[in-house]
Ligand binder design. Sequence first.
Ligand code: ASP
Length: 330
Amino acid sequence: MAPRLRLLATGGTIAGASTSATQYVGYRPAVTAVDELLAAVPALTEVAAITGEQLAQVASQDMTGAVRLALAQRINALLTADNCDGVIVTHGTNTLEETAWFLNLTVRSRKPVVLVGAMRPANALSADGPMNLFRAAVVAASEHATGRGVMVVMNDRIIGARDLHKADTMTVDAFTSPLFGLMGLVSDRRAHFYRGGLRRHTADSAFDVSGLQSLPRVHVAYGHEDDDRTAIDAFVAAGAEGIVHAGAGTASVSQRVKPAILDAVARGVVVVRAPRGAHGLVVRGMEFDDAAHGTVAGDTLSPPKARVLLQLALTHTRDPGAVQALFDTH
Ligand code: ASP
């Protein structure tokens, strides 16, 4: 029997429309309905039995924690049932990294979950969406896709959610995995896997969002020359439970901002350090005494991904040591 897959559509450029086949600037994202996305790729029926569902219809810069929670809860409900072998999610590329990472931490199943988007609107010349969607179905239908965590398929590549990085604003070659490489590649109707993630994910993750209605408020403050405490103080005043400080280089903190971080920690706000541009490991004590200051080192996560993990960590604890343990293992 062909694998039975469910496609959850959320919008983005893969569901986008432009006024001409050569227009990229000024196209409208999130207008094509899920049934049209499926109908545009008749060959999908040759790899799986796929049914669609419109979960949202947004440009992904408008994605919210509430929609992400609804998505995770819906996927968990679908994958618990015997009649669903895997899920595909269509999504805008702008925040694909965060949603894939969130699902990697909150889907409680080993069945395949594959996210896919497009850089060109659906009616553009050489639109990449239809082939990306076909490739995503090939991966979700693969017998080798089980237990690898949430995957993203773009431009013939399979990239693990933890490693995914959007590196280009416009080209179809927009997604990379700068530190740890690809999980695999897709050719025609075959998914070729070369590795899987070792950090805790999906069925082995610490997080269960089944009863959650909302996520804790967490903001990102950006470190730069002449920065000061304005942003961090404002976030604390607005009720932030967590703050990610996106610092230069090793996620460093200027002497100007440090007092604001210490005050935030003293008020029970959990502060995580993540690198603002470089890719690499941020360990405890690197140019900042995390142990003495009660802060958390963000491991290899980018600021937006550190924000997602901190939101989930705050559903368990506000103890910086316990939050650090979650960052060390996920
Ligand atoms: N604005 C679009 C989005 O929803 C861009 C894209 O999908 O590539 O993220």
